[in-house]
Structures are given as C-alpha cells and as structure tokens.
Design a protein around this ligand. Structure first.
Ligand code: NAD
Length: 269
C-alpha cells in the first residue's frame, strides 16, 4: 500500500481552510502535515484540529510556508496576495499545489503558470463537482442555442466575500466565450446603470449579489424570444469545495509538472 499523501493547508484558519482540515481528517490516504495562516495572525500556535471544530491533531498553525519535505501537496485557500508568494515557496520546496483562492490578477496567474513548469498545480475557482459539470453544460447550451439567445450570469455570495464577481462567475463567462467565439475582455458587462440603451448581442452580463451566509449560487440565463432557460448551481455547504480540494490533492500527488484544472481531476474534459 502506498504511503498517505502529506498535505499542508495554507489559510488553515479561514472558512475554507477549516473545512479542508475537517475533510482531511475523514479522508483515507491523506494526512494533514502542516497548517499555515497569516503571519502575526491571532490563531498562530493553536491546534489546527481544535480550530476546525474536531479533535486536536497535534499540528499547530504556523505563520510561514512549510519547510521543504514536510508536505507532498500544499492546498492554498488564503488571499490573492498570499497565494503568489505561496506558489513561489511551493515551487522552491518541490511540492504540488492546489489553488482555490480567487481574485487572482493576470500577473498572479502568470506566476502560477511559471511555477507549473516545475511542480504540478491545480488551479480552479470552484472545486465542486457540480460547478465543473455546469461549465460543460452551459458551453453545450450556448453552442446549441446560438446567437439568438442573450447570455447573462448572476452570482450570490455571503457578505464577507472580498472579490466580485466571483471567480466561478468569471469562469462561467469564460466558458460561454470559448463556446461562442467571444473575448471575455470585451464581452463581459459587469454593471448597468442609467440610460444604457439597448443590450448588444455580444455582451454577457455578469451581475453580483452579496449578503447573509450564502455559500455560493450561480445562475446562467439563456434569454430568447418567448422563452428562457436558466441553469442554476447552489452550494449549500463548503464541504463540497473542501472535498474537491482534497480530491485534487490526491490526484496531483501522482502527477508531474503542469497546470491543471478541476475538469482534469474529475475527467470532465
Ligand atoms: P477566509 O477569509 O475565511 O480565509 C482566508 C484565510 O487565509 C484567513 O484565515 C487568512 O488569515 C488566511 N491568510 C491570509 N494571508 C495568509 C498567508 N500569507 N498565508 C496563509 N494564510 C493566509 O476566506 P475563505 O472564505 O476561506 O476563502 C478563501 C479563498 O478561497 C477566497 O479567495 C475564496 O474566494 C476562495 N474560495 C474558493 C473556492 C473554490 O472552490 N475554489 C470555494 C470557496 C472559496
């Protein structure tokens, strides 16, 4: 039997980090090897298991990325600024990297791309099976329905979410653009206000709602003459993302350098 995959969680004290620590404790073949949060943060030194609401795991939350050799795969759900530095450290340590953090700028993605020449990296703004299937469904629908249907996306998240629109909404818009030969930079319409005139056929509206404790809802609208289709995904628990992240970590442990996404992990390509 092969040895368990040793996993480090970066952003271990966050909403997602704690869910991943809980999921790891229930997963055969994977162990928590290190837990990291913001340098100088209030939780440093606390037991990662206790922080996640489970039995103590004997792993204290540290304030710096793990030393080389401590973990086979690092899972990062921190913040865009931290992820870039973490990717450089993972590359130097020769560890695989799963990035769930959203709000990454093009330069940040370029850093991940460079890291992926040396280590395997899974980058996905949404790790749930359902959303990754949704990416495929909406692309198929856009191709089948053609240019007579207007494409719009609405996303809703909890009041604490920092980036807007969500990484998932942007990924859905990207999938629609790929399917219909549009460019996201010119097609995406993030705001409508005032005397905006008629809608153009090329635009894809991407609208954001924020409030309460919503884990993550996404609806893609296909609006035609006399009918509309709405395809919705609703996440009711962060566990779905945590399970996807751990699944990606196990998958990654068997891979060579490269930049992958969840559709590779789930064989949806
Ligand atoms: P959160 O604010 O609850 O947690 C982020 C954690 O990262 C905090 O504990 C923070 O202290 C920590 N952090 C900050 N700087 C750090 C550093 N340098 N090193 C290590 N840790 C550091 O946020 P969250 O709701 O857990 O979300 C985290 C990220 O994951 C966001 O970008 C969010 O959009 C994204 N997310 C992705 C998915 C997905 O499936 N890919 C799902 C949900 C959330």
């Amino acid at each position: 039997m092969s040895a368990a995959v040793r996993v480090a969680v970066l952003g271990a004290a966050g909403r997602m980090g704690r869910a991943i620590v809980r999921t790891l404790s229930e997963t055969e073949g994977a162990n928590l090897a290190a837990a990291v949060d913001r340098p100088g943060g209030p939780v440093l030194g606390q037991d990662a298991g206790a922080l996640a609401g489970i039995a103590p795991l004997g792993i204290a939350v540290g304030g710096a990325p793990p030393e080389p050799g401590v973990a086979d795969v690092w899972i990062d759900f921190s913040s865009a600024a931290a992820t870039v530095a973490n990717a450089q450290a993972a590359s130097a340590a020769g560890a695989g990297l799963v990035v769930g953090t959203t709000g990454l700028a093009p330069d940040d993605r370029a850093t991940l791309d460079r890291a992926s020449h040396k280590i395997p990296v899974v980058l996905a703004p949404n790790m749930s099976v359902g959303v990754n299937l949704l990416l495929k469904l909406v692309a198929d629908a856009a191709r089948a329905l053609g240019p007579d249907y207007d494409l719009e996306i609405v996303e809703t998240h909890h009041r604490h979410k920092r980036d807007a629109p969500s990484g998932t909404a942007l990924r859905l818009a990207e999938a629609l653009c790929e399917a219909t030969g549009r460019d996201l930079g010119t097609a995406a319409r993030y705001e409508r206000h005032g005397d905006i005139g008629p809608r153009t056929a090329q635009e894809i509206g991407v609208q954001t709602l924020r409030g309460g404790d919503v884990v993550g809802d996404h609806t893609v609208f296909f609006l035609g003459q006399g009918e509309r289709i709405e395809i919705t995904h609703r996440a009711s628990s962060r566990d779905t993302f945590a399970r996807g992240a751990v699944r990606a970590a196990l998958w990654l442990a068997q891979r060579g350098p490269g930049l992958y996404d969840m559709r590779d992990v789930l064989r949806l390509k």
